[in-house]
Design a protein around this ligand. Sequence first.
Ligand code: TMP
Length: 212
Amino acid sequence: MDKRLFIVFEGIDSSGKTTQAELLKNSLIANQELAVISPEPSNGIIGNLIRQALKQRIIFSKDRDLFDRQMAYLFAADRHDHLYNDVDGVFKLIKDNYHVISTRYYFSSLAYNCDSIEEFDFIQKLNDRFPNPDLTIYIDIPIEVSLARLRNRSLQEIYETKVKLTKVREQYQKIFSAYQGQAIAIDGTQDQQDIHQIIAAQVQALVQAKNA
Ligand code: TMP
């Protein structure tokens, strides 16, 4: 059995995923563990293509439903590469004794890339062979907080609008109320260090359980 963890952070844009992923990685390293952050979209070729599309440097279709479907296919392809590539894939890193922390995973496809129940089912099918993480941390913030934080950034991406983020947050709440795997939901408006302490305690307990 693998003794390393695959940990995922989820949440709407600017919820603090990257900050908390960094704090968690540093605390694991301080405890003499190996740990890396490996995001989605990934740093691989498909991930880069996706980032161009999010910035609208590439436009697959002006029809938003077709665009979302194209993105869902690309994210699934990127996810497969992110998990299974032999160079820096999640499972290669776990085999090399690293805890792997991903900012975003298939929950983001379910939250962002569909606007109807039919499309939700389609995205669920597209992703149903990907394994669940050992722990998923959902950081929840109000839309106004997200928008205020996004205003301080120079470039707006395609999904960073009030209407879209409102739907995405509702989707996340539905997904995690039904999710059967190991997950925690955290109020992301709390102090960063307080949030980190909650996460670090959960992760430490899992590390000890794996090593037992
Ligand atoms: P980031 O802001 O965390 O770098 O993510 C970039 C965008 O990608 C964000 O708006 C959410 C979106 N996204 C999807 O639409 N579907 C997915 O499956 C993933 C992983 C991200």
